[in-house]
Design a protein around this ligand. Sequence first.
Ligand SMILES: *[C@@H]1O[C@H](CO)[C@@H](O)[C@H](O)[C@H]1NC(C)=O
Ligand SMILES: *[C@@H]1O[C@H](CO)[C@@H](O)[C@H](O)[C@H]1NC(C)=O
Ligand SMILES: *[C@@H]1O[C@H](CO)[C@@H](O)[C@H](O)[C@H]1NC(C)=O
Length: 377
Amino acid sequence: MDIKWICAVTIILAWFCRASSAHQTSVEPPRNLQIIDPGLLGHLYIEWQPPPFLLTLDQCTIKYKLKYRSTGDADWKVVFTKKLKYGDGFDLSKRTEAKVQTLLEGRCTNESEVKSDWTHTTFQVPSQGELESQIRDFHCVYYNWEHLTCTWQLGQLAPAGARYELYYWYEGLDHTVQCSDYIQTHGRNTGCNLQNLRQAEYIDFNVCVNGSSESTQLRPSYFTFRLQNLVKPSPPEKLSVSISAYEEVHMEWSPPAGGTPPHCLDYEVQLTEHDGDADAPWTSVSTQVETTFTFSQANRSRVSCVRVRGKTNMFCASKGFWSEWTRKCFYVSRKDEKQLFILIAVALSFLTVIIIFIFAAQCKKSVLGKFHAPVGC
Ligand SMILES: *[C@@H]1O[C@H](CO)[C@@H](O)[C@H](O)[C@H]1NC(C)=O
Ligand SMILES: *[C@@H]1O[C@H](CO)[C@@H](O)[C@H](O)[C@H]1NC(C)=O
Ligand SMILES: *[C@@H]1O[C@H](CO)[C@@H](O)[C@H](O)[C@H]1NC(C)=O
């Protein structure tokens, strides 16, 4: 009987040993994949649960490979994560697709990576209203990193009493906020001013312009952008021009006061040389980060003008708008003008000397003529 028991235990142990050294060669996909819209104007969460029957957790790491995109995008965004939730910004006027698979790697798989099949889901906000009731030409500019102004045109088929409203959200706000300072055209909202957005820079800024009308529903529009890419700085200040003895023109200016970080600016310098021609073309002479620029007045025009403008540089944003120009005109006396003066002066002196000589010679002749017979001078 003892031997029987020992045998039984040995067999069971052996089975366990075999089981634990057997390698996992397949894994199930995650369960319950879904896309959740928390009502934050485009910020969506993709969530899932771990696959069932994962016995060898302590010997293996489980990761998930998530891919997602909006319809029309050529490429999927790919994320590897150990978590069960991922959030990102989407265009809510498009359908969103997501798929996820389980990745298993470690001792339980003999150190090779085991992938599950994909599980797939899609999400789309139910569409409402006619396409032509949607606003058009939506533009935003973030002036001098201080205030954001967004404008739009009314929908082509906006009903007479339609009222459009702008809502926004960024990470850090509990809920969406409605614009409190509308720009109006003929009593209708066609824009919005927003201030105090420093904490919204460098993150997704989500906007929805929707509307209501008594007769019909209006199609909402969704936009996601980053404030730093919409900056129009104020023009450069205190532009001064000085001209050295060697006719080198030295320009100097200051970054605009206010919200624009000075290290975030690129400047463009342009020059025009004209003698009375006010429409002379401007020539771009430099694009630079520095706030000084020196050049030699090569063409030696009488009146020259310089102008400089600023734009957010690549260290602070991927794009931006140029500021207005700051300009200054100055006068440089021409080198050849001076030479001409000297030439004329020298010529005049010569002439004077010659005249004096001739005059003197004449006088000498007429004086001599008094003593000798006249020779017909
Ligand atoms: C585990 O992997 C090693 C190296 O790749 C291989 O030599 C070995 O045969 C594998 N063992 C099993 C049980 O597949
Ligand atoms: C417009 O969108 C906001 C934010 O999502 C929402 O609270 C509001 O009810 C919407 N208005 C209409 C008319 O759909
Ligand atoms: C100077 O004149 C030359 C020829 O007339 C022209 O090509 C050049 O652009 C001018 N330089 C500037 C700085 O205007």
